[in-house]
Design a protein around this ligand. Structure first.
Ligand SMILES: [Zn+2]
Length: 270
């Protein structure tokens, strides 16, 4: 029985008391609420709602038959602290690196947003964001070496284009020259700054950085630009960075946490 939701199931504006079937949650269907995505599991024997955090990080919402969206949303709202603490715990224990298998619909990230992978049959189709999805040729996806190189190249190209416009404001705040930005694989670091004898030096960012939200990419850019003036991470370095970016300490912490789960090009064995 789902008595408490009887009211919430009344058709909006309806007057005959008939519960429309579309109001009840359907088994297996995802529902989005307040930035969360949950998958509905309908259990015929349940009378109350429940939540389960799955190993892969997905959240199952277990509902009794006939449970409506309003009741589900109230339940999710009431259990938000639980969801967040469990998700954080799971994230802390997650393996240091994400692995992708490049299947249709797989989630990939660019500048903090999620894009589902869309495999297309045209072998010469360019890798790009289109129609809200990340398009990849099926032939490329089938070859792990090619696919990794192709996706990394796409992040390099898109990331460089985006980052180029971000350098000027940070450089102006720290009174350093506007350096050109390279985007490539820089190993285990997010970015590097190399001084050159003849000029102001060069900055390189890891292509994987561009999966992160823009505030964290900005942090990496500002971090490397501050090295133009001060090498190393001593007190004067952090003082300079904090002048340009007052929230740098919390952004660094966020980068440390989120960075552990960024995809660095590892593909699942097939
Ligand atoms: Zn540094």
């Amino acid at each position: 029985m789902c008595g408490a939701i009887a009211n919430s199931l009344l058709p909006r504006g309806g007057d005959n008391g008939v519960v429309p079937s579309e109001s009840a949650l359907a088994d297996g269907r995802p529902i989005a609420f307040d930035g969360l995505e949950l998958i509905v599991r309908l259990s015929p024997r349940r009378t109350r709602l429940g939540l389960t955090l799955e190993r892969d990080g997905s959240i199952l919402l277990r509902v009794p038959p006939g449970c409506g969206l309003d009741r589900a949303e109230a339940f999710i709202r009431g259990n938000r602290p639980w969801i967040e603490s469990k998700s954080r715990l799971r994230a802390d224990r997650a393996p240091a690196q994400a692995v992708r298998d490049l299947s249709e619909g797989e989630i990939h990230r660019y500048l903090g947003r999620e894009y589902r992978l869309h495999l297309v049959d045209e072998s010469d189709a360019p890798t790009r964001l289109t129609g809200g999805r990340l398009q990849l040729s099926r032939a490329v996806a089938a070859d792990p070496v090619l696919a990794r190189a192709d996706l990394a190249a796409w992040y390099c190209q898109a990331g460089r284009r985006w980052a180029t416009n971000r350098v000027q404001p940070w450089a102006a705040r720290m009174d350093v020259p506007e350096l050109p930005i390279e985007v490539r694989d820089v190993g285990r670091r997010w970015g590097t700054y190399r001084s050159t004898p003849s000029g102001p030096g060069r900055i390189a960012l890891h292509w994987a950085v561009f999966q992160l939200p823009t505030r964290l990419v900005d942090y990496v850019i500002a971090h490397e630009l501050a090295h133009v003036r001060i090498a190393g991470h001593g007190t004067t370095y952090w003082r300079l960075l904090a002048q340009a970016l007052p929230e740098c300490a919390s952004l660094k912490q966020e980068l440390d946490e989120m960075g552990r789960r960024v995809w660095l090009g590892d593909l699942a064995a097939r």
